[in-house]
Design a protein around this ligand. Structure first.
Ligand code: GLN
Ligand code: ZN
Length: 767
């Protein structure tokens, strides 16, 4: 029979147990032992789900206290030297200091994991990195699985991907020079696993799905010639895109099997089938690890029939990538519409899908379709087909009003009336902002009182009017505090927003919200992506009231903040029955309507957040321009309905932006506020080749850490920025929103920021 396995299961727990345990550990309310206990219990629970579903292996190594890349760094013993921690005795408290920073050191850099919304901690390597080994957590976890009598397949990020994603603070340092030492450490790890009787280990190399340069490809072959021959069976896993061009090379390596992502890149199957010798395992990722739709099990089984006939148990069935990108279980969804629920599969349900496919193949493969197939598998296949049929014909999916508007979109809708130079002249005249205007990104601390009110309202324990009054009172506080801080452009603080996507999704038709559909974003931070199942329609304005209320409280300008079409798309579970570009256009139209309504209501600065703009980018450069075409058009349509006098901002964060500056410029926002502080304004390096033409606020401090930055530090960053951006176009703002921060550190940081801006402003005025 074809074998079934996964690359990883969501580690946070169905009720976010890991998050709550972590946070209580950080607050000092619980100790090491408690956190370890919670981790152990979650691992055991998730293994039991995999075993119960009939998987041939359970995955280990997918667990991490904060992030798997950081766990690997701790395992390899490659801790950033600046912390001064001893790798082999790293404590959980120190581990979390690496991730979150401490009094002496800022946190390690964090950035997006390929084209997902998950963030990993970037390894900081240098000429002195030795990989002498670190903590034994991985081996302890494997021992736990073995003690439970489970067939366990450890999953580790491979050395090429690890090095590729790492950074060095030493200019000109070639990370590849570390490879020999790194490979020795991997060999030791494989030996340790072998000594425990482990048969297979999976090494994840999603970096192979990028456009790797020749030296990296050579390094890849060299490494796997060694690792493949180490006496333990290696499954080399690729995912997130095609790796087809590497099939001939990989076929010659001594690795024992390859995993490929057939959801994202089904076209690569042929190349792998013909290249890979029959004695090697081919693991096909046929269940979508990144989306929540129930799979067409019968169709998948049928498509694998001949492959199964050729490879038998050397065909493995798996999700495309780790299931950490989908919520844990549908069982926690009590309120979801029954029809919609029948169309979905979360991580736990996907485990059963794998088993059903393997069973179906076995009987199909015997040439006896339908006969002998166990009743449960037959029922599962039938239920999947029924669900697909109901989704295809559901009246909840199609909205003729939306379809008509999308068809009527014209080119002029994607442009502002005048070019930036003219708009900026008009705006300078009417907005009368000082040089180096200060602002924030939108959200302010979400206090316990705010969260409690929202929860009470959601549970039906607080009347709508009382809730509205509470939120208005909170907004008033936020506005007053910003005035006191002396900020130039205020925001209403997003007090009523739980999440920047879910908040809007809740107000739009075609979107459904889950109760417990959490996925890990970074560390303990989880998000609950809403589900786009149908055509998107805005029945009424969404934030006009809140923005106008805030504006009525102050003489300063209040910026209306809303989420852009690309981010709405990227941070939702999207339809797989129409192209993303079509869904993006539908979203663009509803945001455009809201922006126009804000302008009509007297809001003169409007920010359309696009933090996910970079992460929608395909991994392969050849696909970039296609993406930019529709993503840029969607943004421009959302911003294109207002007059020249209305200033459009956008905001982006947690990505590398240097290589896409021209496309960011093509959005033609009047101002962009953009994350830069964690990488010490690396962004500005990109300005050497491309001068960003419009207004820009490079973030001067990291809002994801509780450290309060000094006036001098921010001033230095601003001075650097001034060297490449004319002061007339420079804004001063933090990296991102402040909703996860507390008030004391927020006020301290912003007051320093305002001071830094004022000092520089005065100096420039004198010159
Ligand atoms: N306006 C949002 C906020 O301030 C932006 C968040 C983000 O970029 N992720 O919270
Ligand atoms: Zn941000």
């Amino acid at each position: 029979m074809a074998r079934t396995h996964i690359s990883g299961f969501p580690r946070i727990g169905a009720h976010r147990e890991l998050k709550f345990a972590q946070e209580s550990f950080w607050r000092g309310e619980s100790d090491d032992a408690y956190l370890r206990e919670v981790g152990k219990e979650l691992r055991a629970r998730h293994w039991e789900l995999q075993r119960a579903a009939g998987l041939d292996f359970v995955a280990a190594g997918d667990f991490a206290w904060y992030d798997p890349m950081l766990n690997l760094t701790a395992l390899l013993g490659a801790l950033p030297e600046r912390f001064g921690f001893e790798p082999k005795t790293l404590s959980l408290a120190q581990y979390h200091e690496l991730a979150r920073g401490n009094k002496a050191q800022p946190a390690m850099e964090m950035t997006k994991w390929f084209d997902t919304n998950y963030h990993y901690l970037v390894p900081e390597l240098g000429p002195d990195t030795t990989f002498d080994g670190g903590v034994d957590w991985l081996f302890e976890e494997i021992d736990e699985a073995l003690a439970l009598d489970l067939a366990v397949k450890p999953v580790l990020i491979g050395p090429i991907t690890y090095l590729w994603l790492s950074k060095s603070r030493v200019a000109g340092f070639d990370r590849l020079s570390l490879l020999p030492r790194l490979v020795i450490r991997y060999l030791r790890i494989l030996d340790t696993l072998k000594a425990r009787g482990i048969e297979w280990v999976q090494l994840d190399e999603p970096a192979l799905c990028l456009d790797l340069e020749a030296d990296w490809l050579e390094a890849f072959s060299a490494v796997y010639n060694v690792l493949g021959d180490s006496g333990i069976k290696v499954l080399l896993a690729t995912y997130f895109d095609t790796a087809a061009e590497h099939a001939p090379t990989v076929a010659k390596l001594p690795v024992h099997g390859v995993h490929i992502d057939l959801v994202k890149a089904p076209q690569q199957l042929e190349a792998w089938c013909s290249a890979l010798p029959a004695d090697k395992v081919l693991s096909v990722g046929v269940i979508d690890g990144r989306n929540i739709w129930r799979a067409d099990l019968a169709a998948i089984a049928a498509s694998l029939k001949s492959l199964y006939a050729q490879r038998g148990e050397r065909l493995w069935i798996a999700p495309s990538c780790s299931l950490a990108h989908v919520p844990v279980t549908l069982a926690s969804e009590k309120k979801l519409d029954a029809e919609l629920k029948s169309w979905l599969a979360f991580a736990t349900e996907k485990l059963d899908e794998l088993s059903t496919i393997a069973l179906a193949l076995r009987y199909l493969g015997a040439g006896l379709p339908g006969t002998g197939l166990p009743a449960a598998a037959q029922a599962a296949l039938a239920a999947a087909s029924r669900a697909l049929e109901s989704r295809r014909h559901s009246g909840a999916v199609f909205n003729v009003l939306v379809q008509r508007r999308v068809a009527a979109i014209t080119e002029t809708m994607a442009s502002r009336k005048s070019a930036f130079a003219e708009r900026s002249r008009v705006q300078r005249h009417s907005l009368k902002l000082p040089l180096l205007p200060t602002t924030t990104i939108g959200s302010f601390p979400q206090t316990p009182a705010i969260r409690q009110a929202r929860a009470a309202y959601r549970r039906g324990e607080m009347r709508a009017l009382e809730y509205l009054e509470r939120m208005r009172a909170e907004t008033a506080t936020v506005v007053r505090r910003q005035e006191e801080l002396g900020l130039d452009v205020l925001v209403h603080g997003e007090v009523e927003r739980n999440d920047m996507v879910e908040f809007f999704a809740d107000k739009l038709w075609g979107y459904a919200l889950t109760e417990n559909g959490w996925i890990q974003n970074y560390g303990s931070q989880c998000v609950k992506p809403p589900i786009i199942y149908g055509d998107i329609y805005r029945p009424e304005p969404m934030i006009v009231d809140a923005a106008c209320h805030a504006q009525s409280l102050t003489d300063r300008l209040v910026k209306g903040v809303l989420t852009g079409p690309v981010t709405m798309l990227e941070w939702s579970f999207v339809r797989d029955d129409q192209p993303r570009s079509t869904t993006a256009l539908q979203l663009a139209l509803v945001i455009r309507d809201e922006v126009v309504d804000l302008e009509k209501a007297g809001i003169r600065i409007i920010q359309i957040d696009e933090p996910a703009f970079r992460e929608g980018l395909p991994l392969r450069k050849a696909d970039w321009s296609g993406y930019f075409d529709w993503a840029t058009r969607a943004f421009r349509i959302s911003a294109g309905g207002v007059s020249d006098a209305t200033q459009i901002h956008t905001h982006m964060c947690y990505s590398e932006f240097n290589d896409i500056l021209p496309s960011i410029a093509a959005l033609d926002a009047d101002v962009i506020t953009i994350e830069t502080s964690r990488s010490s304004m690396e962004l500005l390096d990109g300005f050497g080749e491309f001068a960003y033409p419009n207004g820009i606020g490079p973030g001067v401090y990291d809002t994801h850490s509780s450290r309060v930055p000094s006036v001098e530090a921010m001033q230095r960053l601003l001075e650097r920025a001034c060297e490449v951006i004319p002061a007339e176009r420079l804004w001063v703002n933090p990296d991102c929103g402040l909703k996860t921060r507390g008030w004391p550190e927020t006020e301290a940081a912003l007051s320093n920021m305002v001071l830094a801006a004022r000092t520089l402003r005065q100096r420039l005025a004198v010159q």
